[in-house]
Design a protein around this ligand. Structure first.
Ligand code: RIB
Ligand code: CA
Length: 323
């Protein structure tokens, strides 16, 4: 049975690979791609999403969303993904234009038209928070919310405490986590260690010699260099593809558990920190639901602690090899 996804993205190089994974999965229908400012400013993120969709020979609509966080100025990440977000490879401009409907309306319409919708977020949560603000009942139609974000009980990549997506717009992240949708958190730490693509594995992908294989490695050229500068790790970390793999193949999660999760918004030192009440000491339910006391829906946030790295890489390589 086909599954319907909506993907919200700040389209830089790892986002692009995650988009390819979804667009190239035969039993997934991507109803819309909505774009948010994050890695790069909104116009560039929209251009990158359109380029990636065209590279896949697809016509999934791309909708422009928030150009800045709810309350803060945009802090982008060209230092990591390159000035254009795609490794400054000089890719041509896309032929298509973004859809006229804005991202927030597209999110709300998709949730109405596709009850049980899977929403996968790959960037700051500004668009999702704005959708909740415009129509809180949106939360009731979401079957799965898979968030690439956070660094639960571990080090962040933007500050010692926080991961980029949640750090950029912590107020949006807090609003989304508090909405109590069936949320699966896929933190940055899961793309590190064994999950990193080694240089040999990157060469192996290039040897597939498909256009999307070459693109997936080439557009991440600056990310490889940045990864080494940032953490001393050699190879390519792919946080968004890890989150997309969890969305596509939930069985990739080896260990996950439901907890009350809070996002720091008050302190500049720990802004965007993913605070997980692992021992239940707060005595809180696992994140409040916005739909009142409807007993038929459970509100929860499941934190992903471990994935099956081999299955993640097999899935990614099979998609890139198929072209
Ligand atoms: O911290 C990693 C996340 O921030 C990824 O989604 C990457 O694309 C950036 O958006
Ligand atoms: Ca991203």
């Amino acid at each position: 049975m086909d599954r319907t996804f909506l993907i919200d993205t700040d389209t830089a190089s790892d986002d692009a690979v995650a988009l390819i994974m979804a667009l190239r999965t035969s039993d997934v229908r991507v109803a819309a791609i909505t774009v948010v400012a994050g890695n790069v400013p909104l116009p560039q993120a929209v251009r990158n999403a359109l380029f990636t969709v065209e590279l896949c020979g697809d016509d999934t609509p791309v909708h422009a969303g928030a150009a800045r966080p709810l309350r803060r100025s945009l802090q982008s990440a060209e230092f990591f993904h390159g000035e254009d977000g795609l490794g400054d490879q000089g890719y041509p401009p896309p032929r298509a234009q973004p859809a006229s409907e804005d991202a927030i309306e597209a999110i709300l319409r998709a949730s109405r038209e596709h009850p049980g919708l899977t929403v996968v977020t790959l960037g700051p949560l500004t668009n999702i928070a704005l959708a909740l603000d415009r129509d809180p009942s949106f939360a009731e139609n979401i079957g799965r919310l898979v968030i690439m974000g956070g660094a639960p009980l571990t080090v962040g990549n933007m500050t010692p405490a926080a991961e980029f997506n949640l750090w950029v717009d912590p107020e949006a992240a807090a609003a989304v986590i508090d909405a109590g949708m069936p949320t699966e958190l896929v933190g940055w730490e899961l793309c590190r260690g064994e999950a990193i693509l080694s240089h040999d594995e990157m060469s192996r992908v290039k040897a597939f010699d498909t256009e999307i294989a070459h693109f997936s490695i080439d557009c991440n050229e600056t990310a490889v260099e940045a990864n080494f500068r940032q953490s001393g790790a050699r190879g390519l970390g792919l946080p968004d593809p890890v989150a997309m793999a969890v969305a596509l193949r939930p069985d990739i999660v080896r260990r996950g558990s439901r907890h009350h999760v809070m996002i720091e918004t008050g302190s500049e030192l720990t802004r965007g920190m993913t605070v997980v009440d692992q021992l239940g000491v707060c005595g809180e339910p696992q994140n409040r639901a916005t739909w009142g006391d409807r007993a038929d829906r459970e509100a929860w946030t499941r934190v992903t602690w471990e994935i099956d790295v081999s299955s993640f890489k097999q899935l990614l390589f099979s998609i890139l090899r198929a072209g």
